[in-house]
Design a protein around this ligand. Structure first.
Ligand SMILES: O=C(O)CCC(=O)C(=O)O
Length: 259
């Protein structure tokens, strides 16, 4: 079954966004909401090299092509920013994927981002940077908070599956080290191993520079960079979900799980 394209809209009001998309649990791509972000003008490989070149930062590391396994969880290493950007410029094939929480690693970048009104005054927020070489793929997984995913450089292709279809993804056990992941590759599912994924009604977001994708709470998603791609997301939660998001952070910290 061909995935259905997620609609692309001009920026709605915060009220309309909350009513139609957040309360309706509907993904959408908003075009024109991040045009004025300083990141859109400033960010480039060179910007990261000049400002943060000597910094050693976390990076996901593929082992045997996989960014995680169920025994040890996500494979994290570190990389010096200048080395990473140089390797991408030279088109050297890299097994690394620079991905980390902005607040913890490069809080300076927060000056380049303007949280959209759609997050409101959420009491729980977190921001992650995703700086990927061509064809870097992240696994099918879900997150508890809502997610606004901003595409700053390059293109990214997302596949999404409704949270009500969780039965279809054969997800890993809650007690594994990847409790929010599925072993299914949504781009080319092995239906002998994962028969429940047959006919999964996937949605497609082909993100271009300047797009802002809304991924509702607990929707399954998988991403692949088309060329070199830099994105940043804003996770947010309010009400009981904020308390749950804090509890989930604590659960992961106690079990020493990094996602
Ligand atoms: O960009 C990616 O590789 C993954 C992004 C993602 O999964 C997320 O924002 O939750």
């Amino acid at each position: 079954m061909e995935p259905m394209a997620i609609p692309r809209i001009t920026p709605p009001s915060a009220e309309e966004f909350a009513a139609r998309y957040v309360r309706g649990s509907q993904p959408v791509i908003v075009r024109g909401a991040i045009d004025a972000w300083p990141a859109m003008e400033r960010w480039s490989g060179d910007y990261f090299r000049r400002r943060f070149g000597n910094r050693e930062v976390p990076a996901l590391q593929a082992r045997g092509g996989a960014l995680y396994d169920t025994q040890s969880g996500a494979h994290y290493g570190t990389v010096r920013v200048a080395e990473y950007v140089d390797a991408l410029d030279a088109q050297t094939r890299s097994e690394l994927y620079m991905a980390f929480r902005v607040q913890d690693v490069m809080p300076e970048l927060l000056d380049d981002i303007v949280p959209p009104p759609y997050c409101g005054a959420a009491p729980w927020r977190s921001t992650k940077l995703w700086f990927a070489g061509p064809d870097t793929k992240s696994p099918l997984h879900r997150d508890l908070p809502h997610n606004l995913y901003a595409q700053i450089i390059g293109r990214k292709r997302f596949l999404l599956l409704d949270r009500r279809r969780t039965r279809m993804v054969h997800r890993h056990s809650f007690l594994s080290r990847v409790p929010n992941c599925s072993p299914v590759d949504a781009e080319s599912p092995d239906l002998d191993r994962f028969p429940r994924f047959r006919d999964a009604p996937l949605l497609l977001a082909d993100l271009q520079r300047g797009d802002l994708l809304y991924i509702p709470s607990l929707w399954w998603h998988q991403a692949r960079s088309v060329g070199t791609s830099v994105s940043v997301n804003l996770f947010w939660a309010h009400g009981p979900m904020a308390a749950l998001a804090k509890a989930a952070e604590l659960f992961l910290r106690v079990r020493k799980i990094k996602l």
